[in-house]
Design a protein around this ligand. Structure first.
Ligand SMILES: Nc1ncnc2c1ncn2[C@@H]1O[C@H](COP(=O)(O)OP(=O)(O)OP(=O)(O)O)[C@@H](O)[C@H]1O
Ligand SMILES: [Mg+2]
Length: 256
């Protein structure tokens, strides 16, 4: 089955026949949004990338994300999932291809400058995300930069921590948190900004069962478009409209 959640394929611009055929073919990113008239949130065409100029991590890679769509990304260690998210965010330049995010083609580093705030990237390593002394300061950083007032920011911090089961954690020292605790706070820093697009690199890695369930419930309920990288196929299949596998530089649909 191509779609891993109960979703009308036409809602995201695929005919049932096309959806069916995709389950047996390499995923070729048809122009899904053209059918419903909405521009894609992400539109990647012919992406080429290698770190060393020799071994290609991606070759002719196409990817499209529709408004409101949640796409899961599985793949072996080292297949390039994190690198792909970093290229989408402009942290690593592509070697060739076209990258369109939120309606604009992004070629040069300066084209990506408006993305923080609109696009929330959860780093695979929480230590790359958290840089303030306390939890409150880390979670407040994004909303402050979005121009929110101190009062609004305090309320956002309180609500976001509460939602993630971290109520009252404002004054905890970030560097002393456990790995799973850091993961949840890192997620709080991303969710606090309410970005239009979420790129989440292993949001449940290192979390206990109840924290995983909480994160799953939160992400399922969010209306934003998102790409979620995980090694937990069941988690992705429960919350995503599509689950793709990145392997040998190519994307293909994951079979249920
Ligand atoms: N800065 C770099 N320079 C050279 N090679 C790199 C660099 N960063 C990553 N790589 C290599 O690129 C490949 C893809 O790495 P990446 O972190 O994107 O994989 P991944 O799919 O996210 O893996 P995992 O599931 O383990 O998180 C790996 O072989 C990695 O060693
Ligand atoms: Mg990774």
């Amino acid at each position: 089955m191509a779609f891993t959640r109960s979703v009308d394929p036409q809602q995201i611009g695929l005919t049932a026949a096309a959806a069916g055929s995709l389950s047996t073919q390499e995923y070729s990113s048809p122009s899904e949004q053209e059918a419903n008239g909405l521009p894609p949130v992400i539109n990647v065409r012919d992406l080429e990338f290698s770190f060393d100029g020799q071994v290609r991590l991606f070759s002719h890679l196409d990817f499209t994300l529709s408004p409101g769509e949640k796409v899961g990304l599985l793949g072996p260690n080292g297949s390039g999932k994190t690198t792909f998210l970093h290229i989408l965010m402009g942290l690593i330049p592509a070697c060739a291809g076209t990258i369109e995010i939120l309606g604009r083609v992004r070629r040069h580093p300066s084209d990506f400058r408006d993305l923080p705030g609109q696009v929330g990237l959860l780093f695979q390593d929480s230590d790359d995300q958290l840089f303030c002394p306390t939890v409150a300061e880390d979670v407040a950083f994004g909303p402050f930069n979005q121009g929110k007032s101190p009062r609004e920011v305090r309320e956002i911090v309180r609500q976001t921590l509460d939602k993630l089961g971290l109520a009252g954690w404002e004054s905890r020292i970030t560097y002393r948190l456990s790995g799973g605790e850091k993961r949840l706070v890192a997620l709080a820093t991303v969710l606090a900004m309410e970005p239009q697009l979420l790129l989440l690199d292993e949001p449940t890695a290192g979390l206990d069962e109840s924290a995983c369930a909480r994160v799953e419930k939160i992400l399922s309920a969010l209306p934003q478009s998102m790409v979620i990288v995980s090694h937990d196929r069941g988690f992705l299949q429960r919350i995503c409209h599509r689950v793709l596998v990145l392997k040998d530089g190519r994307l293909s649909l994951c079979h249920a």
